[in-house]
Design a protein around this ligand. Structure first.
Ligand code: MN
Ligand code: MN
Length: 422
């Protein structure tokens, strides 16, 4: 039966015929050299089009254009609209207080991300993020420096620990907690919440609790005198400077030592753990409830891709993916039903989003290591490898779908390779 769609436009403004020609040339170029792929891709498209369609004589934000070549000149395989997949903390409003600052990328900034919101926060040495709790579970990754954290269990046992670069914490919804920057220069960290609409400005604060209860109730509840109550804060503290704490051992001892110590571990050393995946192309460290039992709602992978390497074509069956790009640069294409596809570039401090179960890859397009976090609202990290799937089909089935003969099929790696070397 003849394909009724053969002569219809295949992607925006590009016929199926020219797509096949340009696509194969562009893909071969990418395979040969990831480093020059962008420039080559532009050249290939320009040559193949050989018309005026890609000219852009109007105004241009040259800095943004330079950071996002695939947005401004999408590969011919891109088609249609899949909604926003990019935002950057560097565009998010910064709330600066004495002692540090915070800014966030939530569903308000990146409307497609319904399951996860992210916050980036800085605390100088000694400064507190005020004692608080909130409706969402909180997962954190320390980007810089070190911090002391506390979290209390409902049974009154207390967890106190110090964390530094590469470490995580997890605080369940409603559990009261604190964060304090340590010496010599405090800390900076990423917070990830399992609610897209979460707002860091909307947390339950200790100061507001005591400020908004009638004083006679505070007296009755806490046996405080009127003079004591007069000293309590009248306004929120949120982020504020303070003295550095005593040693971890001294703080633990001061509250009652092992008698009141939490049986649950709320921190994890992700940066220094042995990677589950190690190949010529890079490394992957996975932390979810299998190795960090308290993290029941957030699963994470810390991915390092060497120059030219790529995170293989894959998808996740259980959740959308929220990414935080830590260092280096790369590009990602997401493929959705009805032939929709979008390619964008990502740089350090950017947030990427992949709709649930959508196919995607990430390629390191820079000349340094690319490091980013893949985050999921799930108890487990799970992915499917396209290569693995094709090689697990009976060969005739794969040939019927892909037109590849046996020798072609055998070139495809048969096992999952999360990172493929360039
Ligand atoms: Mn919190
Ligand atoms: Mn992924």
């Amino acid at each position: 039966m003849c394909d009724q769609n053969e002569d219809k436009p295949f992607s925006d403004g590009v016929s199926r015929r020219s797509f096949l020609g340009v696509g194969s040339a562009a893909l071969a170029t990418v395979a040969i050299s990831g480093l020059t792929a962008n420039a080559q891709l532009h050249e290939d498209i320009a040559k193949a089009e050989n018309d005026h369609s890609l000219s852009d004589p109007g105004p241009e934000n040259k800095l943004l254009f330079g950071l996002n070549p695939h947005t401004n000149t999408p590969p011919p395989t891109d088609h249609g609209d899949i909604g926003p997949i990019w935002f950057s903390f560097d565009l998010a409003r910064k709330r600066v207080e004495e002692g540090g600052w915070t800014h966030q990328v939530t569903q308000r900034e990146l409307g497609t991300s319904k399951d996860i919101a992210g916050v980036n926060m800085r605390l100088t040495a000694g400064s507190f993020r005020e004692l608080h709790w909130h409706t969402a579970d909180e997962w954190a990754f320390i980007e810089y420096g070190s911090a002391r954290i506390t979290v209390m269990n409902p049974d009154g046992t207390m967890f106190i620990d110090d964390v530094s670069e590469g470490d995580l914490w997890f605080f369940p919804a409603g559990f009261p907690h604190s964060i304090q920057g340590l010496g010599p220069d405090g800390c900076q960290f990423l917070l990830v919440f399992d609610e897209g609409g979460f707002s860091e400005d909307g947390t339950f604060l200790l100061s507001e609790f005591v400020a908004h209860v009638p004083p006679e109730i505070l007296k009755k509840n806490s046996h405080l005198s009127s003079a004591d109550i007069a000293k309590l804060p009248k306004e929120h503290l949120y982020i504020f400077p303070s003295k550095l704490p005593r040693s971890l051992a001294a703080d633990r001892a001061a509250i009652g030592g092992s008698r009141v110590a939490s049986a649950q571990q709320y921190t994890f050393r992700m940066g220094s753990m042995k990677p589950q995946v190690q190949s010529d192309g890079g490394e992957v460290r996975i932390v979810d409830s299998t190795n960090f039992p308290v993290s029941t709602s957030i699963a994470a992978a810390l991915v390092k891709i060497k120059p030219g390497g790529m995170r293989e074509l894959h998808w996740h069956p259980n959740a959308s993916e929220w990414q935080f790009w830590i260092t280096g640069k790369g590009r990602m294409t997401i493929v959705m039903p009805e032939g929709r596809a979008r390619t964008m570039d990502f740089n350090a401090n950017d947030v990427g989003f992949v709709p649930a179960v959508a196919g995607h890859y990430i390629e390191n397009t820079g000349d340094t290591d690319l490091i980013f976090l893949e985050m999921f609202k799930s108890s487990h990290f799970v992915d499917f490898s396209l290569n693995n799937w094709i090689r697990r089909m009976p060969p005739e089935m794969a040939t019927a779908h892909l037109n590849l003969d046996e020798s072609g099929l055998k070139k495809i790696p048969s096992e999952k390779q999360p990172i493929i070397a360039g």
